[in-house]
Design a binder for this molecule. Sequence first.
Ligand SMILES: NC(=O)c1ccc[n+]([C@@H]2O[C@H](COP(=O)([O-])OP(=O)(O)OC[C@H]3O[C@@H](n4cnc5c(N)ncnc54)[C@H](OP(=O)(O)O)[C@@H]3O)[C@@H](O)[C@H]2O)c1
Length: 236
Amino acid sequence: MPLALITGASKGFGRALAHALAADGWDLVVDARHPTDLNQAFPDRTHRVATIPGDVTDPLHRALLTNAVGDRPLDLLVNNASHLGPSPQPELANYPLDELRRVYETNLVAPLALTQLLLPALHRSNRATIVNVTSDASVEPYAGWGGYGSSKAALDHLTAILAAEQLHVRRDLRVYAFDPGDMRTDMHQAAFPGEDISDRPEPDSVVPALLRLIDRRPPSGRVRAADLLATTGATA
Ligand SMILES: NC(=O)c1ccc[n+]([C@@H]2O[C@H](COP(=O)([O-])OP(=O)(O)OC[C@H]3O[C@@H](n4cnc5c(N)ncnc54)[C@H](OP(=O)(O)O)[C@@H]3O)[C@@H](O)[C@H]2O)c1
């Protein structure tokens, strides 16, 4: 069975992806900070899912995730857990710096730290993929999105450099920054407080794009779900 580790899998895109992979027979290691939500997201124990509650910014929690992978090859690492920052999002002129540090710790430092710990397990697979979930806010300078957007821009660049470096280590490792587009989730509602977001697509509708990406394994890079869905149709 292939093995995936997905952070932030108690709701939203992470949960939708985890459920799809479990249905395809993948073994999973998943996390989120709130244990009740995490366990409720995976009530069906017929699939092999290790639920490890914790915060990706906590080094001890990252060590527990790594221990859960153990000596097995890791075929997929999805750095999905993310922090928006304050809601509504403040403009940079007034952005609280402690909040900015938390956004960067969650969206940038934690994905790299987890990748560093898990590279040996990823190298044990001959079809390994790292997916760092990014956002269009990484490339579009939306007013008010300076904290979150700059963290995702840095994540994009980190992803590209990691891919370039890994080419010399494991040519068959793929490293993607994956932009899912708008999704009807708690984070999206926090980004648009008080707005009706019912016209945004459900996260399940984006999952086929990621499934196709890890199946087809194009060269590493930044990819948009909308482009993948446009070229493949809406099925995986
Ligand atoms: N929704 C959109 O429109 C949109 C657009 C572009 C990009 N994205 C990206 O897509 C990804 C998924 O977002 P989403 O909208 O699905 O979010 P979501 O519904 O709010 O879910 C976020 C998940 O991450 C977990 N999480 C948050 N902080 C964590 C931490 N520090 N440690 C461990 N787990 C943590 C949450 O659970 P706990 O709260 O229990 O920790 C939850 O399971 C993110 O990377 C986001 O930046 C989303």
